[in-house]
Design a protein around this ligand. Structure first.
Ligand SMILES: Nc1nc2c(ncn2[C@@H]2O[C@H](COP(=O)(O)OP(=O)(O)OP(=O)(O)O)[C@@H](O)[C@H]2O)c(=O)[nH]1
Length: 402
């Protein structure tokens, strides 16, 4: 049997979950409503039991038996009302089996005691016992085992009392035993069915909740996977900058927007100088580390509106919306300076890293991103030929002036 089914398996005779922890959880869930129903049902039953004092008076008058019955009824009613009150107000969060069982035993004792005090009304009392038995099973919420025990006590006690005090014949005793036995069987199976149904409903609800939770977890897992995939598709693994494809997508959007708003747009092509010799001298993995440092410095020095990407190898590209050529030159110089400052780091002191930046700017609305990149690349080449570690600006990407 699968674990889940085993957890919610209901016992065929007690109507409770076979698994103790499931039963405990179920009881905790219904605890509040059980307390309310229990105290209500016990209070109503106590009042009904008390009201029979009227028939006692009509049958017995103001005799000694009447006063004894009256005292007994007052004791039963008071005790039961007190228990109902305690369960509602003070029983805390624990389910006390004995406290919930107590009113049944008190009622049963009271009913049994009526026989010796009013033996002539046995036939009415038999009906009352049958009704009380059904009430035990179906009206006052209790465990099936508790109800069965209290019911048997009532029925056997009543039978014995009837034989001893009401002179019940053997045939009469047999008939009464059959009648009370039938009430018990009907009550037992009705409550058993109810208990099983309630637990099955509870199990279904919880299974549904479990499945929902699993579904939520699955969705969250998939969303996080999608996010990871998206990041992997957009980011460069070494520098964590935008990769070339994603940069192109973002930069195209920024250029379009600048052209729509009729504001200048600039683009940097950045290349690390003599990077081959860094690799050759310090090793490829140290070269990787230098690349990530330079990428980090560039990314940190830009404005939030700028977009940077790794174009390939030791080459980076930056899109700067709403940036005039002179502003672009200033920003590029600042970048160059920040990279040069890296040599103040102990691990970089012997490397003296530097970058050359080619800048292309435009205010025209018919210049494409590719031609801006080509222009910036050309400026980069000019800078490399001019001795590196410098910024070269093309002020209008449509003209050739720089
Ligand atoms: N460590 C490392 N090296 C890389 C990476 N991508 C490209 N390179 C290396 O970068 C070097 C680039 O060398 P070149 O194109 O000759 O340029 P350079 O040495 O920087 O010289 P200039 O650009 O002319 O200043 C090559 O040796 C590549 O192998 C990378 O991801 N990590």
């Amino acid at each position: 049997m699968p674990l889940r089914e085993k957890k919610y398996q209901v016992h065929g005779l007690t109507g409770q979950f076979c698994d103790a922890s499931s039963e405990l959880m179920y009881r905790r869930t219904i605890q509040e409503s059980v307390r309310l129903e229990f105290s209500l049902a016990v209070s109503v039953a106590a009042c009904v039991f008390g009201m029979f004092v009227i028939s006692d008076y009509y049958l017995l008058g103001l005799t000694r038996s009447f006063y004894l019955l009256l005292t007994m009824r007052i004791v039963v009613v008071s005790l039961c009302l007190l228990i109902a009150f305690v369960v509602r107000r003070w029983s805390g969060n624990d389910y006390r089996v004995w406290l919930h069982a107590l009113p049944l035993w008190v009622f049963a004792t009271g009913i049994i005691l009526i026989v010796p005090l009013r033996p002539e009304s046995l036939s009415t009392q038999i009906t009352a016992v049958a009704v009380a038995t059904m009430g035990f099973y179906l009206l006052i919420p209790n465990r099936l085992t508790v109800v069965t025990a209290a019911s048997l006590y009532l029925n056997i006690g009543f039978l014995v009392s009837a034989v001893l005090f009401a002179g019940l014949t053997p045939i009469g005793m047999l008939l009464l035993a059959v009648l009370l036995g039938m009430s018990n069987v009907v009550g037992f199976f009705a409550l058993l069915r109810l208990e099983r149904l309630q637990r099955k409903q509870y199990a279904m609800l919880y299974e549904e909740r479990d499945q929902n939770r699993q579904l939520h977890n699955e969705i969250a897992h998939r969303q996080s996977l999608e996010e990871q995939l998206r990041i992997a598709a957009e980011r460069d693994a070494l520098t964590n900058l935008n990769n070339r494809g994603h940069f192109m997508k973002l930069a195209k959007g920024l250029l379009k927007r600048s052209q729509y708003e009729k504001v200048p747009f600039s683009l940097f092509m950045i290349d690390v100088d003599h990077f081959k010799s860094i690799n050759d001298t310090w090793g490829h993995s140290h070269g990787d580390w230098v690349l990530t440092k330079i990428a980090g410095v560039c990314a940190e020095s830009l404005r939030p509106s700028d977009v940077i990407g790794r174009f390939g190898g030791e080459e980076f590209v930056v899109a700067l919306p709403n940036t005039s050529p002179s502003e672009a030159q200033m920003i590029a110089e600042r970048l160059k300076m920040k990279v040069a400052e890296l040599s103040s780091m102990e691990e970089m002191s012997k490397l003296n890293p530097s970058i050359t930046i080619g800048v292309a700017a435009t205010s025209a609305d018919d210049v494409g991103l590719e031609s801006l990149i080509t222009r910036a690349d050309q400026m980069l080449y000019v800078g490399k030929r001019g001795g590196r570690n410098q910024v070269v600006v093309c002020r209008d990407a449509r003209s050739d002036s720089s």
